[in-house]
Design a protein around this ligand. Structure first.
Ligand code: FES
Length: 296
């Protein structure tokens, strides 16, 4: 492990942050709206978390303001660049609110080690927003406050990237299983129909890829068993009956996925669950993981 990696990893082990993390979760549960607004905050329409996409605006505007401020110092007559830098900083400060709300919605369901890192990430961004806000009323010190805010946001953003990529907060947790299951090319025999329970989910395997199968008489439907949200075992969840057929509710954070198409009906997942095509022949269950076409 490098010193930089160790630095970014450190907050995940700061258990003294747990009371703060718990409090932030409890407040989010109370104040954040549910339903469609919550689904929007999670990024469900786009099929990926909204928080990193929204963060592009404050990052872009604050870095642009930083470059304008640098030009103002280095170039003759650069003082005229102060006004647009100030305008960009106002946009940065305003964009923090929706970005933070989306991040807060995702934060609620993270594991404790991820939440500790998220608390440090959010604290850095709150400090950055405060510095940007102060710069708007600061007169002669405005440029330095803007710069300090942007450098703070840069460090907090880097930690957010580490949280997403190193600690896997946000990515699709089931995508690789299509490849483990043979890239959806062939049907595999996953057992006898008679061994599947009626009306409750059961786990079966194609190679190393777990499946969640649901038997209704002679018909079997399936999803990949590893929840796209954070990897929970769907076969340990409850079945929910809907007008469009059965869904399974993840036992970890209660995302409901429809068996027919993997659609997210409610819950924190933003990515539909990969589906499993199932045929029953001569009392045997044959399954194939379906997924997006692979590049040639
Ligand atoms: S792991 Fe979070 S909803 Fe399934």
């Amino acid at each position: 492990m490098t010193a930089v990696s160790a630095l970014f990893d450190a907050p995940s082990g700061w258990t003294w942050l747990d009371p703060v993390a718990e409090r932030a979760k409890a407040v989010a549960d109370r104040v954040l709206p549910g339903g469609r607004v919550r689904a929007l905050l999670h990024g469900r329409p786009a099929g990926h978390p909204a928080h990193p996409a929204l963060a592009q605006l404050p990052i872009g505007t604050s870095v642009s303001a930083l470059l304008l401020d640098a030009a103002a110092v280095l170039l003759p007559g650069g003082a005229v660049l102060g006004a647009p830098a100030r305008g960009l900083t106002a946009v940065s400060a305003a964009a923090v609110a929706p970005t933070a709300l989306a991040g807060w919605a995702d934060y609620v369901h993270l594991h404790p080690d991820q939440q500790r890192t998220a608390i440090v990430h959010a604290t850095g961004n709150a400090l950055a927003a405060t510095l940007w806000g102060l710069s708007l009323v600061a007169g002669r010190r405005a440029r330095w406050l803007r710069t300090a805010g942007t450098l703070t946001a840069g460090a907090a953003g880097a930690l957010g990237g580490h949280l997403a990529y190193r600690w896997a907060a946000g990515p699709h947790h089931a995508e690789h299983l299509l490849h483990l299951a043979g890239d959806g090319q062939e049907f595999s025999d996953v057992g006898a129909l008679a061994d599947l329970p009626e009306g409750s989910p059961a786990q079966r395997w194609i190679g190393d890829a777990p499946l969640c199968l649901l038997r209704s008489g002679n018909r079997v439907q399936g999803l990949v068993d590893t929840c796209s949200h954070l990897g929970g075992p769907l076969s340990q969840g409850e079945v929910r009956r809907t007008a469009d057929g059965p869904a399974v509710v993840c036992p970890w954070h209660e995302t409901a996925f429809r068996f027919a198409d993997g659609a997210v009906l409610d819950g924190p997942a933003s990515v539909p669950q990969p589906t499993v095509a199932v045929e029953v022949r001569d009392g045997r269950v044959l399954a194939r993981v379906e997924g997006p076409p692979l590049p040639a």
